[in-house]
Ligand binder design. Structure first.
Ligand SMILES: Nc1ncnc2c1ncn2[C@@H]1O[C@H](COP(=O)(O)OP(=O)(O)OP(=O)(O)O)[C@@H](O)[C@H]1O
Ligand SMILES: [Mg+2]
Length: 287
């Protein structure tokens, strides 16, 4: 199913995805930047013909933006209208906290969906604050949200939940325990080549092999930030745009910024080191 969407997964990731779907458990994917964590949710939604509901996490994300919020403006308006019609206070108060006045944010929307269960992507959870993780526990274990003024809203069918983290901090055990955990590493050369072939099919075979061999070697250096898969693909597209058929030292120096995004790393690799790596992959290919 993943391959059908041009997503090349190894057996362990495929197993984790299968189990998440079969056991209706959230999938927790942690790993290096640019290794296909967010993509897996997109691909799943497309393959399942499901809606993708995305919650991008950031510092300060709160329940009001993640789960639900009361529509105060609309409630105020309702009060005015009803007071003008001389309705009793108690009756007004009772009806103000009904679903009609509730604004559903991603978490609630995922639980309220009808038909095919949606894919709920909770992206980069490590950027959110810890109290938000605690809030997630109820959603993740029971697929429900408790709203004090209204009661509990539970999903008719469990949504497919994908949580990602770049591990800038550890996510609490309680969250992880409710999920199927998978760590994504940088792909090995064979898988990276396969992904490059699928995602940038216009690239000549020789060039693709050189790209992958070079990036794989680059990842063995002690750099501040190693290039991810997205960098490999972007670099491939850049080399094509420059009509490069093979890697040569000058093109390499000119396009290194597609792979390395820190000045220190660039300064370290550009020039001699890049030439050394290029020579090394040349020898490997010859041998
Ligand atoms: N296994 C894969 N098969 C095919 N394409 C992939 C795979 N992994 C990643 N990609 C491609 O690499 C790019 C980056 O993937 P994605 O955005 O999912 O990374 P990420 O792990 O979420 O990165 P970040 O941590 O920066 O958010 C995407 O364009 C995606 O198409
Ligand atoms: Mg991502």
């Amino acid at each position: 199913m993943l391959l059908g969407e041009s997503y090349v997964a190894d057996r362990q990731l495929a197993t984790a995805v299968f189990l998440a779907l079969r056991l209706e458990r959230p999938l927790f994917i942690e790993g290096e930047p640019g290794t296909g964590k967010t993509e897996i949710a997109k691909v799943l939604a497309h393959a399942l013909g499901a809606e993708l509901i995305r919650l991008q996490c950031y510092e300060g994300l709160d329940v009001g933006l993640a789960a639900y919020e009361w529509n105060y403006a609309r409630q105020m308006l309702e009060i005015r209208v009803r007071e003008a019609a001389h309705e009793g206070r108690e009756q007004i108060a009772r009806e103000l906290f009904s679903e009609r006045f509730l604004i559903a944010r991603p978490l609630l929307r995922a639980l309220q969906a009808h038909g095919t269960p949606p894919v709920l992507l909770i992206d980069e959870l490590d950027r959110a604050d810890e109290p938000f993780e605690a809030y997630l526990l109820e959603v993740l274990s029971d697929f429900q949200i408790s709203i004090p003024e209204l009661g509990t809203i539970a999903a008719a069918r469990a949504p497919v939940v994908v949580i990602t983290s770049n591990r800038t901090r550890e996510i609490h055990d309680a969250v992880k325990r409710r999920c199927i955990y998978h760590w994504v590493d940088y792909p090995d050369a064979a898988r990276e080549l396969e992904i490059l072939r699928r995602k940038v099919p216009e690239a000549p075979e020789v060039l693709s092999r050189q790209i992958v061999a070079f990036v794989q070697r680059l990842r063995t250096l002690e750099l501040y930030k190693l290039p991810g898969l997205s960098e490999t693909l972007e670099w491939g597209r850049a080399l094509l745009a420059l009509d490069a058929r093979v890697l040569d030292p000058d093109t390499l120096d000119d396009t290194l910024g597609m792979l390395l995004k820190y000045q220190d790393d660039l300064a370290r690799v550009r020039g001699e080191e890049a030439r050394r790596l290029l020579a090394a992959i040349g020898e490997a290919a010859d041998g």
